[in-house]
Design a protein around this ligand. Structure first.
Ligand code: FE2
Ligand code: FE2
Length: 253
């Protein structure tokens, strides 16, 4: 199967690509030897793919930095050039599956990983969950346990109550997505569980007495991306599919 045929298969399976999705780098005629599924095409993912002999990477996030939303000449960025020169050297193509993956499983798998149960609000990409009331501190330690994390970042007092939780999975907690955050606040949540937040969001939530538990952007999407990799492996039995984590990019002192 070549890259073009694979894209046709993806569109039959998951739906039509949104503008940010599709072939970001490489050659449509390339015959696929193996596939790496990942959150972002960082150097460790490229090295992993070379070792495995995988010449196609499926990435959830943008390959380029500056990314799609920040810079129209993104392919000329210093980091973009560094990454694409490696892809060129090793003849690796990259397909981005973003919106379609979130819709397929990434959004709901985050709540499944956290054992939040069925949402009480499920509207478009908005999800609100209700649990038996606990403290923010207890909720944060449950989250750590479920996701097998040493640390999470919380905003708000550890004593704040947690009962009605909005999901800001992935990057939805970043102020660039403030319209989404504003809407989730209209569902009277007392807490949000987030992939990644910035200070604009932290301070906004604090002013509303809404607690935040932030687990990491990749972590919040990883359960779903592994799910996608598993389903892909089952569907195309002839091509090997592996998942490669990016890993936590910082050390907390
Ligand atoms: Fe996502
Ligand atoms: Fe994301």
């Amino acid at each position: 199967m070549n890259v073009k045929e694979f894209i046709e298969f993806l569109n039959r399976w998951l739906g039509k690509f949104h503008p940010e999705e599709g072939l970001l780098y490489g050659d449509e005629k390339q015959i696929i030897k193996g596939i790496t599924v990942c959150w972002m095409v960082t150097k460790n993912v490229i090295e992993f793919s070379v070792k495995k002999g995988n010449n196609l990477i499926i990435s959830h996030e943008d390959l380029f930095f500056p990314p799609d939303y920040a810079f129209s000449a993104k392919r000329k960025g210093v980091v973009s050039r560094e990454r694409t020169s490696l892809l060129k050297k090793h003849k690796i193509s990259v397909i981005r599956i973003h919106y379609l993956a979130d819709r397929y499983c990434v959004l709901d798998d985050f709540a499944i990983a956290l054992s939040l149960g069925n949402p009480v609000i499920k509207r478009g990409f908005y999800r609100v969950y209700e649990i038996k009331e606990i403290s923010l501190q207890k909720f944060a330690s449950d989250v750590k346990k479920y996701l097998n994390l040493e640390k999470v970042r919380i905003t708000g007092s550890p004593k704040w109550k947690v009962k009605r939780i909005g999901s800001l999975w992935g990057g939805l907690g970043l102020s660039i997505n403030a319209v989404f955050i504003d809407e989730i606040l209209r569902y009277n949540v007392d807490t949000v569980i987030a992939g990644e937040v910035d200070e604009y969001t932290m301070r906004a939530m604090k002013d509303m007495d809404v607690g935040i538990v932030e687990v990491g952007h990749e972590i919040s999407e990883e359960t779903g991306l592994k799910h996608l990799a598993r389903d892909l492996r089952e569907k195309i039995k002839t091509i090997p599919v592996s998942y490669c984590p990016n890993g936590i990019p910082y050390t907390a002192f």
